[in-house]
Design a protein around this ligand. Structure first.
Ligand SMILES: Nc1ncnc2c1ncn2[C@@H]1O[C@H](COP(=O)(O)OP(=O)(O)OP(=O)(O)O)[C@@H](O)[C@H]1O
Ligand SMILES: [Mg+2]
Length: 283
């Protein structure tokens, strides 16, 4: 790699359209974006700019009327050859899911199975995607919960007994259970209050330090990017208009639209941008 960074995922000239009765709508247009191994990459942009469409397309979870209009997504998981995710057959894709590539969909907190205890939700995913035994899995659960700052007793709880922030942390713990190379989290803090948002961001930062997992974090909230990510890509009307080191982008946005997103962060007191979450901030 000429710049000294190993590229884990490379999106090239990706375009995604939705068919509609009024013709096709381009939701993602000619996106080029690399994700470096070990980094936290933020994807910013206002509602409707194409962030979720980009995520589901690259994870091969796009549903009709959406379709890939062009491009490629090269993924280089550890210990296996590189693959073009857009041309991979279902069987090989299934092998990658959770083990190499995992995903926290937008609003996933609300889609946990209401009649299954937290431990059951862990078992479901891990049993399906690994050859670990029930007792091996059960031994992992308290450790994984601890990783996101939750007590072992949470394993016995049902989703309705958990707060929004706890649910999000359970889902994060499940997403890293099989130590994937890449986790894509779509709006992981949206709909949570500011204090809980910070706890979630801290947990995400801790997961990166503990596992070296690579994270793509999608958020319309530039404050989230300021606190968490290394680099940020800004989407506007389906295109990536700017990508760079987050401090650089905040200091000197090269696109007017980026500046307006930064200016929309609520300013409380004299500090304009929220401080980054620490490595092991007490919360
Ligand atoms: N299932 C669908 N059918 C038709 N159009 C869609 C569909 N899903 C998304 N779109 C359109 O694609 C564009 C991008 O939507 P997308 O959900 O990717 O944006 P987003 O940046 O994730 O927004 P948000 O911040 O609200 O989550 C929008 O114009 C949206 O209306
Ligand atoms: Mg979205």
């Amino acid at each position: 790699m000429p710049d000294g960074h190993e590229t884990l995922l490379e999106i090239e000239d990706l375009s995604v359209h939705y068919r509609s009765t009024h013709g096709d709508v381009a939701a993602v247009s000619g996106v080029n974006l690399s994700v470096r191994r070990g980094e936290i990459l933020g994807i910013a942009g206002e509602s409707g700019s194409g962030k979720s469409t980009l995520a589901v397309a690259l994870l091969r979870l796009l549903r009709p009327p959406g379709y890939i209009a062009g491009g490629s997504v090269t993924f280089r998981p550890k210990n296996s050859p590189e693959v073009d995710l857009l041309n991979l057959d279902e069987r090989r894709l299934r092998v990658l899911r959770w083990r190499s590539l995992s995903y926290l969909p937008q609003g996933s907190m609300n889609s946990m199975n209401p009649v299954m205890r937290v431990e059951g939700q862990f078992r479901d995913v891990i049993e399906e995607h690994s050859s670990l035994s029930r007792s091996q899995i059960d031994a992992m659960i308290p450790r994984l919960l601890g990783q996101v700052g939750l007590e072992p007793s949470v394993a016995r709880m049902y989703p309705h007994e958990l707060s929004g922030g706890m649910k999000q942390r359970v889902l994060m713990a499940i997403s890293i259970a099989l130590e994937p190379d890449l986790v894509v989290a779509d709006e992981p803090t949206t709909a949570l209050d500011v204090t809980i948002q910070r706890v979630i961001l801290q947990s995400l930062a801790d997961l990166r330090s503990a596992f070296g997992v690579t994270l793509v974090v999608i958020s319309h909230d530039m404050g989230v990017h300021a606190q968490l990510v290394d680099r940020v890509a800004v989407m506007y009307e389906g295109a990536v208009v700017e990508v760079g080191d987050v401090r650089q982008v905040f200091k000197q946005p090269s696109h007017e639209y980026t500046r307006s997103l930064i200016d929309s962060i609520p300013k409380i007191g004299p500090v304009a941008t929220p401080a980054p979450v620490g490595q092991s901030e007490a919360l």
